[in-house]
Design a protein around this ligand. Sequence first.
Ligand SMILES: Nc1nc2c(ncn2[C@@H]2O[C@H](COP(=O)(O)OP(=O)(O)OP(=O)(O)O)[C@@H](O)[C@H]2O)c(=O)[nH]1
Ligand SMILES: [Mg+2]
Ligand SMILES: [Zn+2]
Length: 309
Amino acid sequence: MKGIVVKSTGSWYFVRQDDGTCIQCKLKGQFRIRGIKTTNPVAVGDFVIFDILKDENTGLISEILKRSNYIIRKAKKLSKVSQIIASNIDQALIVVTIMLPRTSRGFIDRFLITAEAYHIPAIIVFNKIDLYDDEAWQHHNNIKTIYEKVGYPCYGVSALKGNGLEELKKRLKDKSTLFAGHSGVGKSALINALQPELSLKTSELSPYHKKGMHTTTFAEMYDLSFGGFIIDTPGIKEFGLIDFNKAEVGERFPEMRALMHDCQFHNCTHVHEPNCAVKEALRNNVIDQGRYNSYLSILNDDWEEKDYE
Ligand SMILES: Nc1nc2c(ncn2[C@@H]2O[C@H](COP(=O)(O)OP(=O)(O)OP(=O)(O)O)[C@@H](O)[C@H]2O)c(=O)[nH]1
Ligand SMILES: [Mg+2]
Ligand SMILES: [Zn+2]
């Protein structure tokens, strides 16, 4: 039997077959992706081969079919173990909020460069625009302009009031889309707004710190009635990068990638070298200072990790 993993609890995997029936499966033996230590050997989106156990309504997964791609992160900067958030996706969408809770530029950029590393188109959705005052709108427009210039589609929406949803639906139609972001940004609320029958659980932010309450606990894939799938995921605090080296970081910033061949040195790190096209673009405001700061911080983390490992 063949099917797609639509939910994983760590011990149970819910596998959907072509006819729409869903069967609860366990894993047979040990699974590993070669070279990567993962907390979850099977992820939502994986196509698997399984056997139905006799006299039971459960199955046993014996094989994972080759993934076309996946999004992976480390939960903590120095952790050696990684987590595959989802696999076989057409696009990765990060839900961000300018306030309540605040999503940092660094977090957005780490998500984006991971998507770049696996050649997965990324989308930025700013939720909770209903909460904005003039200042927040100005901030929103600044950030949106920066990312659109780099080439990332951006949407401003309100899951609560329904603004911007029709436009977003066009982007989601007939695609398999990962929804990721901090806890409390409204990933599940947004999915409910797009597909009300789902009635996914959501909860208010914590009263004191105004942070999310980690309401969604397992990644799960849902059908969209207008075509396509969404994978809702638990909120993540940090997006730790895995499996990259310093020389590759610049290539994962599209605006740097476009210029790096004009640097004097072919192995330019765009930090201290003379005649660096990236730094020239930074001086001319062609490259955004915030994006460049993210670049530097990612380079620094890499060094730190190298010291440890
Ligand atoms: N004002 C406003 N509140 C929203 C909006 N979208 C979501 N919220 C609220 O934000 C809170 C968190 O929403 P959730 O959908 O649970 O957030 P989540 O991203 O799924 O969080 P986790 O499952 O913990 O990762 C809820 O109280 C929602 O009602 C919005 O567009 N505007
Ligand atoms: Mg949720
Ligand atoms: Zn350079």
